[in-house]
Design a protein around this ligand. Structure first.
Ligand SMILES: [Cu+2]
Length: 163
């Protein structure tokens, strides 16, 4: 019995020692990243952009100093295809279609299962940005909106909902 126990402790030590170099390496690697600043982090594809939660559909969401969006759906989200609509307004309430709007949809609890990747919304005749979103199963869903002006990202926002 004592032999088995000693053997077990030996195994544990062996595993710990063999994993140690990796954890030290990982720590150093992270340290290097944060020390070297923005140049490296901007080029680092592993650094995921942040999508802050937006106010509810139908509410004004500021995207810069002079514009806000109002987003929503053609119906209460349910299984099947729903159409997401994003309208961009200037501060004085005129529609602006000079932006590029992209959206990614998926289920936060099933990472990698349903993400569509960034899809461009198409501008309708009425000046609304539209995108069909396929809700393929019940559960928690998230739509992530990215807005660009002249190719540069000026806004990111997330809307989470349950189906
Ligand atoms: Cu799912």
């Amino acid at each position: 019995m004592a032999t088995v126990k000693r053997c077990f402790i030996f195994m544990l030590c062996f595993i710990t020692l063999s994993l140690l170099p990796f954890s030290i390496y990982g720590g150093e690697h992270q340290g290097q990243k944060s020390k070297s600043g923005t140049a490296v982090s901007a080029a680092d594809p592993g650094k995921a952009p942040v999508f802050p939660a937006m106010p509810s559909p139908g509410k004004k969401v500021p995207i810069d100093n002079d514009h806000y969006i109002i987003y929503g759906f053609d119906k209460k989200p349910k299984l099947g295809t729903i159409i997401m609509k994003v309208e961009i307004f200037t501060r004085d309430g005129n529609k602006d279609t000079s932006f590029e709007v992209l959206a990614d949809s998926g289920m936060p609890s099933m990472k990698g299962a349903h993400e569509t990747g960034e899809q461009p919304l198409q501008v309708s005749k009425k000046g609304a940005y539209l995108l069909p979103v396929n809700i393929v199963m019940p559960g928690d869903w998230e739509i992530r909106i990215t807005i660009k002006k002249d190719g540069k990202v000026i806004f990111r926002g997330s809307h989470q909902f349950d189906v």
